[in-house]
Design a protein around this ligand. Structure first.
Ligand SMILES: [Zn+2]
Length: 165
Protein backbone atom coordinates (compact mmCIF):
# COMPACT_ATOMS: atom_id res chain seq x y z
CA UNK A 1 0.00 0.00 0.00
CA UNK A 2 1.27 3.45 -0.91
CA UNK A 3 2.05 5.72 2.01
CA UNK A 4 -0.26 8.70 1.87
CA UNK A 5 0.66 11.97 3.42
CA UNK A 6 -2.11 13.05 5.73
CA UNK A 7 -2.98 16.26 7.44
CA UNK A 8 -2.98 16.28 11.21
CA UNK A 9 -6.34 16.02 12.88
CA UNK A 10 -6.19 18.39 15.79
CA UNK A 11 -9.78 19.27 16.65
CA UNK A 12 -13.00 17.34 16.99
CA UNK A 13 -16.67 18.27 16.93
CA UNK A 14 -19.70 16.31 18.11
CA UNK A 15 -22.55 16.40 15.61
CA UNK A 16 -26.07 15.06 16.08
CA UNK A 17 -27.73 12.67 13.71
CA UNK A 18 -28.83 12.74 10.96
CA UNK A 19 -26.35 15.56 10.31
CA UNK A 20 -23.24 13.54 11.15
CA UNK A 21 -24.16 10.82 8.63
CA UNK A 22 -24.93 13.45 6.01
CA UNK A 23 -21.46 14.93 6.48
CA UNK A 24 -20.01 11.43 6.28
CA UNK A 25 -21.78 10.71 2.98
CA UNK A 26 -20.69 14.04 1.53
CA UNK A 27 -24.23 15.38 1.19
CA UNK A 28 -23.82 18.02 3.87
CA UNK A 29 -20.88 20.34 3.28
CA UNK A 30 -21.94 23.10 5.65
CA UNK A 31 -22.38 22.58 9.36
CA UNK A 32 -24.21 25.32 11.23
CA UNK A 33 -23.68 26.58 14.76
CA UNK A 34 -24.75 29.58 16.77
CA UNK A 35 -21.11 30.40 17.35
CA UNK A 36 -18.15 31.06 15.13
CA UNK A 37 -14.54 30.01 15.22
CA UNK A 38 -11.30 31.40 13.84
CA UNK A 39 -9.92 27.89 13.61
CA UNK A 40 -9.24 26.55 10.10
CA UNK A 41 -8.11 23.07 9.33
CA UNK A 42 -8.84 19.50 10.13
CA UNK A 43 -11.83 18.51 12.29
CA UNK A 44 -12.74 14.99 13.35
CA UNK A 45 -16.53 14.55 13.18
CA UNK A 46 -18.00 12.56 16.08
CA UNK A 47 -21.57 11.34 16.39
CA UNK A 48 -23.34 12.72 19.46
CA UNK A 49 -24.42 10.16 22.01
CA UNK A 50 -27.89 8.77 21.55
CA UNK A 51 -28.88 5.29 22.77
CA UNK A 52 -31.06 4.70 19.71
CA UNK A 53 -28.27 5.27 17.21
CA UNK A 54 -25.71 2.56 16.36
CA UNK A 55 -23.15 5.22 15.39
CA UNK A 56 -23.56 6.95 18.74
CA UNK A 57 -20.29 8.04 20.31
CA UNK A 58 -18.11 7.15 17.31
CA UNK A 59 -15.64 9.30 15.43
CA UNK A 60 -16.48 8.73 11.76
CA UNK A 61 -14.66 11.13 9.44
CA UNK A 62 -12.26 13.99 9.08
CA UNK A 63 -13.16 17.22 7.32
CA UNK A 64 -11.32 20.45 6.63
CA UNK A 65 -12.92 23.65 7.87
CA UNK A 66 -12.13 26.30 5.26
CA UNK A 67 -14.51 29.10 6.22
CA UNK A 68 -16.82 30.23 8.99
CA UNK A 69 -19.27 33.04 8.26
CA UNK A 70 -22.86 34.13 8.89
CA UNK A 71 -25.30 31.73 7.25
CA UNK A 72 -27.17 32.81 4.12
CA UNK A 73 -30.22 31.31 2.43
CA UNK A 74 -27.96 29.97 -0.31
CA UNK A 75 -26.29 27.79 2.32
CA UNK A 76 -29.51 25.92 3.17
CA UNK A 77 -29.11 23.30 0.44
CA UNK A 78 -25.57 22.49 1.59
CA UNK A 79 -26.39 22.67 5.29
CA UNK A 80 -29.53 20.52 4.87
CA UNK A 81 -31.37 22.83 7.24
CA UNK A 82 -33.16 26.15 7.16
CA UNK A 83 -31.51 29.38 8.13
CA UNK A 84 -32.06 30.43 11.75
CA UNK A 85 -31.25 33.40 13.95
CA UNK A 86 -27.56 33.77 14.70
CA UNK A 87 -26.51 30.84 12.50
CA UNK A 88 -22.95 30.57 11.27
CA UNK A 89 -21.99 28.42 8.32
CA UNK A 90 -18.97 26.22 8.85
CA UNK A 91 -17.81 25.39 5.35
CA UNK A 92 -16.38 21.89 5.11
CA UNK A 93 -14.14 20.39 2.45
CA UNK A 94 -12.15 17.22 1.82
CA UNK A 95 -14.21 14.68 3.71
CA UNK A 96 -12.00 11.73 4.57
CA UNK A 97 -13.61 8.65 6.03
CA UNK A 98 -11.95 6.85 8.88
CA UNK A 99 -12.47 3.50 10.50
CA UNK A 100 -14.96 4.46 13.22
CA UNK A 101 -13.82 4.30 16.82
CA UNK A 102 -15.45 5.26 20.12
CA UNK A 103 -14.63 8.69 21.44
CA UNK A 104 -15.74 10.67 24.44
CA UNK A 105 -17.12 13.91 23.03
CA UNK A 106 -16.82 17.30 24.66
CA UNK A 107 -18.59 20.58 24.17
CA UNK A 108 -17.54 22.88 21.37
CA UNK A 109 -14.61 22.40 19.07
CA UNK A 110 -12.42 20.33 21.32
CA UNK A 111 -8.78 19.40 21.14
CA UNK A 112 -8.19 15.79 20.39
CA UNK A 113 -6.39 13.85 23.09
CA UNK A 114 -3.28 12.09 21.93
CA UNK A 115 -4.61 8.58 22.58
CA UNK A 116 -7.53 9.30 20.25
CA UNK A 117 -5.23 10.70 17.61
CA UNK A 118 -3.34 7.39 17.67
CA UNK A 119 -6.55 5.55 16.83
CA UNK A 120 -7.23 7.30 13.55
CA UNK A 121 -7.04 4.89 10.65
CA UNK A 122 -7.97 6.14 7.24
CA UNK A 123 -10.65 4.40 5.27
CA UNK A 124 -8.92 1.67 3.26
CA UNK A 125 -8.73 3.00 -0.28
CA UNK A 126 -6.85 -0.19 -1.17
CA UNK A 127 -10.21 -2.00 -1.21
CA UNK A 128 -11.90 0.53 -3.47
CA UNK A 129 -11.20 -1.66 -6.39
CA UNK A 130 -12.70 -3.51 -9.33
CA UNK A 131 -15.16 -6.40 -9.27
CA UNK A 132 -13.59 -9.81 -9.86
CA UNK A 133 -16.68 -11.01 -11.76
CA UNK A 134 -17.39 -8.16 -14.17
CA UNK A 135 -14.61 -5.58 -13.55
CA UNK A 136 -17.22 -3.04 -12.46
CA UNK A 137 -16.29 -0.48 -9.86
CA UNK A 138 -16.70 -1.68 -6.29
CA UNK A 139 -18.20 0.45 -3.59
CA UNK A 140 -17.29 0.03 0.03
CA UNK A 141 -19.63 0.65 2.96
CA UNK A 142 -19.11 0.34 6.65
CA UNK A 143 -21.33 -2.27 8.36
CA UNK A 144 -20.22 -2.33 12.01
CA UNK A 145 -17.02 -2.14 14.05
CA UNK A 146 -14.31 -3.41 11.69
CA UNK A 147 -16.68 -5.02 9.21
CA UNK A 148 -16.89 -3.52 5.74
CA UNK A 149 -18.84 -4.60 2.70
CA UNK A 150 -17.84 -4.22 -0.91
CA UNK A 151 -20.60 -4.31 -3.50
CA UNK A 152 -20.34 -4.13 -7.25
CA UNK A 153 -22.21 -1.31 -9.02
CA UNK A 154 -22.77 -3.47 -12.10
CA UNK A 155 -23.54 -7.00 -10.91
CA UNK A 156 -24.64 -8.87 -7.77
CA UNK A 157 -21.12 -9.41 -6.38
CA UNK A 158 -20.65 -8.55 -2.74
CA UNK A 159 -18.11 -9.43 -0.12
CA UNK A 160 -17.77 -8.61 3.59
CA UNK A 161 -14.39 -8.32 5.18
CA UNK A 162 -13.01 -7.74 8.61
CA UNK A 163 -10.13 -5.30 8.79
CA UNK A 164 -8.76 -7.04 11.86
CA UNK A 165 -8.11 -10.27 10.02
ZN1 LIG B 1 -19.43 -6.97 -10.80
Amino acid sequence: MKEKKIKMVVRALSVKEPWASLIYSGEKTIETRKWKTDYRGSILICVSRNPKNPLSGLAICDVTLIDCRPMTEDDEQFAKCEIYDGAYSWVLKDIKKIIPFPIKGKLGLFKLDDHYFQQIRWYPTIHRDFCEKCKGLLKITWIEKNIYRTTCGDCDYKCDFDLNL
